[in-house]
Design a protein around this ligand. Structure first.
Ligand code: GDG
Length: 496
């Protein structure tokens, strides 16, 4: 069996112990460590002139990283990926901006990355591409003659067609997705959004077995909810619960209850609404004053994107306002920490919290919800309060599910969680752990890759059986020549 090549925008830091605050990094690294293989992507560095990939072997994983120029970074990463696609795919088209030049840069970088990966590919390899930065990537590889099976997994939501259509090159993006052999989404709702775009737009057909036929391409489209390793997390949280930082927190709480949240600092995570629902609980229930605190850990990300600077200022303002309103000499209602923590320590902190508070306005899955549950003490577990707009809500039947826009409902759920009887907490925890074990991270990876292998095998049998010349993929524009890509890729060619 050939190697697995994982391609993602960022390759996670390779040194053990360095915190990686991002769901993709956490999920992919754990999934790849078990099977071994190659992880190809951006190193996180910007340089004046790109050079050949830097190859580094660590255990069973080969890391192949490349750098971006400042212009690539501005157009592809900061621009089209994070100022057009990210907000729109999270239903925040009010925050989205589209610039044709940036889309040109997005296409150019996809072409360039494909050219840098191509020499590393061996005939038996299978290629698994991750996330919204790399939607055109399969098409770029196919243009270079790569015949290997290529799958794509979208970690974030896919919005319904009406919203997707606000991204000007929406049709081209969906056509690019059709160049993969398998396209995977986090939830059935995301998958349905894709199928609706294809079918209602008259672009193709969907068969009962989930195969899509569109623009002369056949592909499988499925929902593959990403998981975690719940038992490994349970062990880590128990082992680390004696750490100094955890003991200090326990002592500082002095018998008060703890509600805990951990999120990258991002507007999709609904942090302001979350603080306000907690405020509503304190406002409606004076009995809670001095008896419960909210600990919000929010490591900053994408801090050079303007919107992220604004959200940081807003949240500091909200936390200050609420603390100013309710704090007592010996009690601060909200502890808001803008920093990263070591992963195992975070899991141990989750174990201290009576409530895990995960209330994004939109989220592909949300691994924090799953990690919170897995970190609990089975004898005395806490309760998860979870947004209905997180993909995880489809999978965690024991959570108290809330609409994060409804501050009263969320405040009531927090109170209910804080007061829940022991037997109910244990029963909800057991239901959720069963689901987490059944759909763990290996299941996610293995189901996706099994589908990719079987679709690719079926396609190659069909291709061999055909005597006529293949129809080819000429109906979709090439990223290097697309009319929307005003700048082809001369510099990328030099990077070889
Ligand atoms: C995307 C999708 C989807 C957070 N702070 C620290 C830290 N983290 C870790 C968490 C968790 C991960 O980062 C965050 O994952 P999420 O899933 O919650 O969210 P995104 O980063 O937005 O991830 C998301 C995910 O991809 C996977 O497909 O679930 O919907 O948006 O693992 O624990 N880790 C460390 N220190 C921190 O301070 N070490």
């Amino acid at each position: 069996m050939g190697r697995l090549i994982v391609v993602s925008n960022r390759v996670a830091p390779t040194q053990e112990g360095r915190p990686a605050a991002g769901g993709l990094a956490v999920g992919v690294l754990d999934a790849l460590k078990e099977t071994g293989g190659v992880w190809f992507g951006w190193s996180g560095e910007t340089v004046a002139e790109p050079s050949a990939p830097v190859i580094e072997q660590q255990g069973s994983v080969t890391y192949a990283t490349v750098s971006l120029t400042r212009r690539d970074y501005d157009q592809y990463y900061k621009g089209f990926s994070n100022t057009t696609l990210w907000p729109t795919f999270h239903y925040r088209n009010d925050l989205a901006r589209y610039e044709r030049q940036e889309y040109g840069g997005y296409l150019r970088v996809n072409v360039s990355l494909a050219r840098q990966l191509q020499p590393l590919i061996e005939p038996d390899d299978i290629i698994w591409v991750h996330d919204y930065h790399l939607i055109p990537f399969a098409r770029c590889l196919r243009d270079l003659g790569v015949k290997n099976p290529i799958g794509f997994f979208l970690h974030i939501p896919l919005p319904v067609p009406e919203v997707l259509r606000s991204v000007p090159p929406h049709e081209e993006l969906i056509k690019f997705m059709c160049h993969y052999d398998v396209v995977g989404f986090q939830t059935g709702a995301d998958r349905q959004a894709f199928l609706d775009y294809i079918e209602r737009g008259g672009h193709g057909t969907v068969s009962d077995d989930g195969m899509v036929h569109a623009w002369d391409r056949f592909l499988k489209v499925g929902a593959y909810p990403i998981g975690i390793y719940p038992d490994a997390i349970a062990r880590a949280s128990a082992q680390f619960s004696d750490r100094k930082a955890v003991r200090s927190l326990r002592e500082a709480m002095r018998g008060r209850k703890l509600i805990m949240s951990v999120d990258r600092l991002d507007y999709s995570k609904g942090l302001a609404e979350r603080f306000q629902a907690f405020e509503r609980m304190l406002q409606n229930g004076p009995g809670w004053h001095g008896r419960v605190s909210l600990l919000q850990i929010a490591p900053p990300t994408r801090s050079d994107v303007q919107t992220y600077q604004t959200i940081r200022r807003n949240l500091e303002g909200e936390a200050g306002r609420i603390n100013g309103r309710f704090a007592q000499l010996d009690w601060t209602p909200i502890q808001y920490l803008n920093r990263k923590y070591e992963r195992n320590l975070l899991m141990a902190l989750f174990r201290e919290a009576q409530v895990g508070y995960v209330a994004p306005l939109r989220d592909g899955m949300n691994l924090v919800a799953k990690e919170y549950v897995a970190s609990q003490n089975p004898e005395d577990p806490g309760v998860l309060v979870l947004s209905q707009f997180a993909g995880a809500a489809e999978q965690l039947p024991g959570a108290l599910v809330v609409n994060p826009y409804d501050l009263n409902q969320t405040a009531e759920a927090l109170e209910r969680a804080l007061s829940m009887p022991h037997a109910e907490r244990v029963s909800r925890y057991n239901d959720m752990m069963a689901s987490l074990r059944e759909n763990n991270l290996s299941v996610w990876r293995d189901t996706f890759l099994a589908d990719l292998r079987s679709v690719a095998t079926a396609a190659s049998v069909t291709a061999k059986a055909r005597t006529a010349a293949p129809a080819g993929a000429a109906s979709a524009p090439s990223p290097a020549t697309s009319a929307s890509a005003p700048e082809p890729a001369p510099r990328a060619a030099r990077a070889q």
